[in-house]
Design a protein around this ligand. Structure first.
Ligand SMILES: Cc1ncc(COP(=O)(O)O)c(C=O)c1O
Length: 338
């Protein structure tokens, strides 16, 4: 067997002909005037799915998260966040650079979970020397790992009891919901704002939606404008999100099962450490073969993220069983000859 298969990220998916057709035929208007019916429909749908009053269509997860963080705090404030969470590590320190807010990293367990006691311990006492701790940032899934409804709720309660707001980066919240077989509102009722990406497992080309109460979304609306995110006939993009909500949510389970199928296939290989959660696999080969294995995968036209020591493999809409089995075969081939 031979093929090209790209397992680097679920952001790589390409819009299907049907999704493209619904984008092309979308009803649109000028969204800066609030007159784009497709954007308004998408925002209403996400507000309703998350049980929030209002929602805001953003260009990306980074823009949506930043609009939220800057709406919850002021210059000089501090936000608490898991030390490996995306907002802290991979969003260009936007909250510090543009909003003057400082992150305070909290240790996570091996599944990316925070301990409510650690959160409470890191909230600064009111004192003229301290920043004001105004926000807790959560994430779900974290590197594929599902954070339970109970944990999100306990963390939110601990933060709220101390007067903090809570933002949930739910870039892959639908993956968590499908994995547990619960509606996404189970994760969102306890938090103040949630950002959901349409361009990851859901397979839209662009976009994220921020949901929260009306007052916070009104603030985020102004921040989004400041960030250059006031878009015009963006209903063509929102239509892809609407299509994804209608057709590409339930199928996320296929990505999880395919990731499991790969994990099973790789589990027989001696010396390979494999961890799988939802649509992500983390594969650690013996250090002495890491670079030759990376080359072998590349030569077989398989793309993974070859981080060292642990490679990342992600399943998504454009990965079928054949591609999953090919990946396993290429790994087996390498280890039977090395
Ligand atoms: C957990 C998480 N949050 C937020 C984002 C940001 O999304 P975007 O790339 O659309 O800015 C990503 C993107 O990879 C992500 O994985």
């Amino acid at each position: 067997m031979s093929m090209n298969a790209d397992f680097r990220s679920d952001t790589l998916t390409q819009a299907s002909p049907d999704m493209r057709a619904s984008m092309a035929s979308a009803n649109v208007g000028d969204d800066v005037y609030g007159e784009d019916p497709s954007v308004n429909e998408l925002q209403d749908r996400i507000a309703s799915l998350t049980g929030k009053e209002a929602a805001l269509f953003c260009a990306s997860g980074t823009q949506s998260n930043l609009s939220a963080v800057l709406s919850h705090g002021q210059r000089g404030d501090e936000y608490l966040i898991g030390r490996n969470y995306h907002i802290l590590l991979n969003e260009v320190a936007g909250a510090s650079a543009l909003g003057g807010m400082t992150p305070w990293p909290i240790n996570v367990d091996e599944n990316g979970g925070l301990d409510p006691a650690d959160v409470v311990a890191e909230i600064k006492e009111p004192d003229q020397h301290h920043p004001i701790t105004s926000l807790l940032c959560l994430e779900n899934t974290v590197n594929g790992h599902v954070q339970s409804v109970e944990l999100i709720s306990d963390l939110s309660q601990a933060a709220h009891n101390a007067g903090l707001s809570v933002h949930l980066d739910g870039a892959r919240l639908f993956n968590a919901a499908i994995d547990l077989g619960v509606p996404i509102s189970d994760f969102t009722t306890s938090v103040d704002t949630v950002s959901i990406c349409l361009s990851k497992g859901l397979g839209a080309p662009v976009g994220s939606v921020l949901a929260g109460n009306k007052e916070t979304i009104d603030k985020a609306f102004r921040v989004r404008k400041m960030l250059g995110g006031g878009m015009r006939q963006s209903g063509h993009l929102a239509a892809a999100g609407l299509y994804a909500l209608d057709h590409q949510v339930d199928r996320l389970i296929e990505d999880h099962l395919r990731a499991e199928r790969i994990a099973q296939g790789l589990s027989n290989i001696n010396g390979l450490d494999v961890k799988q959660a939802t649509n992500m696999l983390w594969v650690t080969p013996p250090p002495e073969v890491h670079s030759s294995l990376s080359r072998h995968l590349e030569n077989a036209n398989i793309k993974v993220i070859p981080w060292s020591p642990t490679m990342r493999i992600v399943t998504h809409l454009d990965i079928d069983d054949e591609a999953a089995d090919y990946l396993v075969e290429v790994f087996q081939d390498f280890f039977s000859n090395n």
